[in-house]
Design a protein around this ligand. Structure first.
Ligand code: B4P
Length: 191
């Protein structure tokens, strides 16, 4: 299986690029952010709990995220692979993903890291906030999300770089240009 992690700061284009990669390579999309937003919209207990963290720009606790992930991976075996979008976000989540995948004799194939400057990230998220209605797309919460990213999520880059799995992708430019760079990295792995 081809198991790709799309990595990057909030607003780096993870969701945007994931959709295009899924279409091209036929992989199953697992976006923890989307899964939480679905629960929030359905007003479930999990949604209410997740929103209490998301609306403050904090990460949802690891154990909740891992439980949700395990549920998603239960029926994984006859698929060509996964795109993990916005997951893992902590070292604990990274190590847990390895454990869950190894139960299915699988591993992470590639980590594509979208590199975008903070100013651009803030502008993109503020722009999305004008229409998204998301509780976390406003300046105060965006700043806290960026801090959380640098403190808790960015250390994963070293984790995957040490395993020779990290490929940095310039995340500035048109969506098509970025997609081309990402596709090249995937094609190098599969051909
Ligand atoms: P996510 O849903 O993962 O959201 P994100 O980081 O904001 O977005 P992404 O990088 O996907 O941005 P997009 O492509 O949409 O997480 C939301 C929250 O959920 C987290 O803060 C956290 O609280 C919680 N959560 C999720 N997963 C978790 C986990 N594993 N553990 C704990 N908590 C978790 O792009 C953003 C904008 O930029 C869009 O408007 C897009 O149109 C635009 N854009 C994209 N590419 C562009 C380009 N090349 N040029 C110009 N604009 C571009």
């Amino acid at each position: 299986m081809l198991n790709i992690i799309i990595f990057g700061a909030p607003g780096s284009g993870k969701g945007t690029q994931s959709e295009k990669l899924i279409e091209k390579y036929g992989l199953k999309h697992i976006s923890t952010g989307d899964l939480f937003r679905t629960e929030i919209n359905k007003k479930t207990e999990l949604g209410t709990l997740a929103d209490s963290y998301i609306s403050k720009g904090q990460l949802v606790p690891d154990e909740i995220v891992i439980e949700m992930l395990e549920e998603q991976l239960k029926s994984c075996c006859d698929l060509p692979g996964f795109i993990f979008d916005g997951f893992p976000r902590t070292l604990f989540q990274g190590k847990s993903l390895d454990k869950v995948l190894s139960k299915h004799d699988e591993k992470v194939s590639l980590v594509l890291s979208l590199e975008v400057a903070d100013e651009e990230l803030i502008q993109r998220l503020l722009k999305r906030g004008e229409v998204s209605g998301r509780s976390d797309d406003n300046r105060e919460v965006i700043e806290s999300r960026l801090n959380v990213y640098y403190e808790q999520t960015a250390p994963l880059k070293e984790f995957y770089s040490n395993q020779g799995k990290l490929v940095k992708i310039k995340g500035h430019g048109s969506i098509e240009e970025i997609f081309e760079s990402m596709s090249k990295a995937v094609d190098q792995l599969i051909t």
